[in-house]
Design a protein around this ligand. Structure first.
Ligand code: ADP
Ligand code: ADP
Ligand code: MG
Length: 667
């Protein structure tokens, strides 16, 4: 079939993906007036992409193989939904020739190249043969058919160590091994084959010279079905972990103008070799001087926004126009490079635990405003669950500015002003990465992250005076809010205040360390003291997670999230996690040997657990108080008899109010 025959105008688009890229595609498709259909697995019923689309259809169980990777099912659902076209996103079925074929067979427009083009470029070996013929520079290597050990060993010797062995069908850095000497080769081939067989069902290998001090440079290209083919400049993605990109930027800070022209021309030549239609990327590895073709990705890439920001082109819009059968709207000389853009991938993972994925519910998700050159492409919202079934990428933070330095500043600020709770993310790691002096100086290669890991994963700094004072302010703010919410609150009507100066002690734990701060209030301005240091303070809160704290005349904006006894603070000094040590004495604090049971915090009596006159063991429950939506049980400080109860269920009590009296056992 001639390419042009399978591209035509459509009105309903099914997005065969999830997460960030599904949301990204839906946004542009809707802006173009298309009806959008999302697909989802049982784990994704409440996912963001489902909420964004006009319609959504269930594919099947959570496991990708049973849902997002199930070609038959996706086609069936597309038909049922009345979709006329399918956008595959990236990952999942985006580079499956079989899927592209199945779409065509079902009369659906596949937003991407034809199955033949995917087949031709999908294998690293096959594409290298094509590129060799087209005169595109290759890394010296072996990409032949023969796969016996002797052939591979001989090829490696000829290429010269170190070499890189790669799965021909590979992707995502899997099935790849660096081999430094002949003696390591056999074992590396065996394990790479095993990994490739499991991941791609294909264990064919190729061997390349391992380029020293490697940098990753790639060119965005796009072709239409009328024979037009454009390059949209290059991106550099040298900051990688395990051959996976982490930070990407455009243009490459490594290339000069002449090299830029050359690499873009080489990429166009590569794509022209298969008369490419759709968006694609030609990837090169570089030693900082020359570039060598490594592979082509026949789809949109994660890092496409940096290209969009420097060219002003919406790549998804262009993909859809090409799929409509239209001509590309601009000519090569009309595509201009403007400024610099840089992107960081935000993952639900713990850099301190070998980047282990972090699953769970996102309780807080707050990102800064998308203005001043900042763009955030997210696939999750506050309240969404991160499931263990899929890629852990949550969002991308992308910044544009006239210069690289300014773009990095903006990116870092965007990262710093993002608050996520409930799951662990790599955001602090990304901040450390993009502000590292070697990254600023572009003195990097693909091994940089691995080498600098320690410096990029610093331990959290202990809270200082500002943070401790902010913690107290946050708790007081929360208590005041709880009091206001309770319409029958005695504070509200009577404004009851104790007579005289009163003191309240707050204890916070940070890691193994404990910090104490005391609040003195009543009869005059309140003060906070930490050790010998005393602070005048005032605060107000603009919304439930933002606090303006004035400490000794200096006002700071602070983000404070309180979840039970866990406090999250973000101040000008960074992010802090504090544990408020239970003031009820349930944990670290010593029980006071008082005979009076007093309310240590304002709250509501929700249960009486012992009767007057009852004998009490030490620690026996007396009553339950609800404080900040958390129940706290007050217990007998020593063995005795419950002499008197001075409250009843439903009472709202101020801190320091006597609730019961225990008479010690006569000794
Ligand atoms: P490459 O590293 O070859 O350039 P990309 O960086 O474009 O590839 O990323 C593709 C990867 O994105 C896939 O290998 C997969 O791990 C991940 N991925 C696939 N689908 C999704 C998705 N919906 N959301 C987030 N990440 C995804
Ligand atoms: P994948 O399909 O997993 O993306 P690639 O062939 O694109 O596989 O390689 C992944 C990464 O490994 C590249 O981005 C590049 O940084 C690095 N790499 C690939 N080939 C070489 C090479 N010959 N020498 C040094 N590094 C390489
Ligand atoms: Mg690649």
């Amino acid at each position: 079939m001639k390419p042009a025959a399978q591209y035509r105008r459509f009105r309903t688009l099914l997005i065969a993906n999830r997460g960030e890229i599904a949301c990204r595609v839906i946004r542009t498709a809707r802006a173009m007036g298309l009806r959008t259909v999302a697909v989802y697995s049982e784990a994704d019923r409440d996912a963001m992409h489902v909420a964004m689309a006009d319609e959504a259809v269930l594919l099947g169980p959570a496991r990708a193989r049973d849902s997002y990777l199930n070609i038959e099912r996706v086609i069936e659902v597309a038909r049922k939904s009345g979709a006329e076209a399918v956008h595959p996103g990236y990952g999942f079925l985006s580079e499956s020739a079989e899927f592209a074929q199945a779409c065509a067979g079902a009369g659906l427009v596949f937003v991407g190249p034809t199955a033949e083009m995917i087949k031709a470029m999908g294998s690293k070996s096959g594409s290298k043969l094509l590129m060799e013929k087209a005169g595109v520079p290759l890394v010296p290597g072996y990409h032949g058919e023969a796969q016996d050990d002797a052939t591979l060993a001989k090829a490696a010797d000829q290429i010269g160590f170190p070499v890189l062995i790669k799965a021909s069908a590979g992707g995502g850095g899997r099935g790849m091994r660096i081999v430094h000497s002949p003696s390591e080769l056999a074992a590396a081939v065996t394990s790479a084959r095993r990994e490739a067989k499991a991941a791609f069902g294909d264990d064919r290998m190729l061997i390349e010279k391992f380029v020293e001090n490697p940098r990753h440079i790639e060119v965005q290209i796009i072709g239409d079905s009328h024979g037009n083919l454009l390059s949209l400049f290059e991106r550099e993605c040298t900051l990688q972990r395990r051959h996976q990109k982490v930070v990407e930027e455009a243009p490459s800070p490594t290339l000069n103008a002449t090299q830029r022209v050359a690499v873009c021309a080489a990429a166009r030549k590569a794509a022209a070799a298969v008369s490419y239609v759709g968006a694609g990327t030609i990837e090169f590895v570089s030693n900082g001087k020359d570039v060598f073709f490594i592979e082509m990705n026949t789809r949109l890439q994660v890092e496409h926004p940096v290209t969009e920001l420097i060219t002003g082109i919406d790549l998804v819009e262009w993909q859809l126009r090409v799929a409509f059968g239209e001509k590309l709207p601009l000519a090569q000389n009309e595509i201009k490079l403007h400024g610099h853009a840089i992107e960081a991938r935000v993952y639900a993972e713990n850099p301190h635990k070998n980047f282990m994925p972090s699953v769970g519910r996102i309780r807080t998700w707050r990102t800064p405003d998308q203005s001043n050159g900042l763009r955030i492409d997210a696939g999750y919202r506050e309240g969404d669950a991160v499931s263990p079934h899929y890629d852990a990428m949550l969002a991308k933070v992308i910044a544009w500015a006239p210069t690289r330095d300014a773009a990095i500043e903006r990116l870092n600020r965007g990262l710093e002003e993002t608050d996520v709770r409930g799951i662990v993310t790599n955001i602090p790691f990304l901040s450390a990465l993009v502000t590292h002096p070697d990254v600023r100086a572009n003195a990097i290669d693909t091994g940089f992250i691995e080498r600098e890991l320690k410096e990029l994963t610093p331990v959290a700094a202990p809270p200082g005076d500002l943070e401790l004072c902010a913690a107290v302010a946050a708790i007081l703010g929360e208590e005041a809010k709880a009091a206001r919410a309770e319409s029958h609150s005695p504070w509200r009507t009577s404004g009851w205040m104790p007579v005289g100066r009163r003191q309240r002690l707050f204890t916070f734990r940070h890691g193994q360390a404990t910090e104490q701060i005391s609040l003195t209030y009543g009869n005059g301005p309140a003060t906070l003291s930490i050790g010998e240091r005393e602070f005048a303070y005032a605060f107000s809160s603009s919304d439930d997670r933002r606090l303006d704290l004035t400490l000794d005349g200096m006002k700071s904006h602070i983000v404070a999230v309180i979840e039970g006894h866990e406090l999250y603070l973000r101040t000008r000094n960074g992010r802090f996690d504090l544990h408020w040590v239970d003031p009820f004495g349930g944990e670290d604090e010593e029980q006071v040997g008082e005979d009076k049971i007093v309310a240590p915090l304002p709250g509501t009596v929700v249960a009486l657990l012992a009767e007057e006159g009852a004998p009490l063991e030490k620690g026996a429950p007396i009553l339950t108080l609800e404080v900040m939506k958390m129940e706290q049980t007050l217990r007998a400080p020593f063995a005795g008899v419950l002499k008197r109860i001075k409250c009843k269920v439903g009472d709202i009590v101020q801190e320091g109010v006597e609730l019961a009296e225990v008479e010690p056992l006569a000794t």
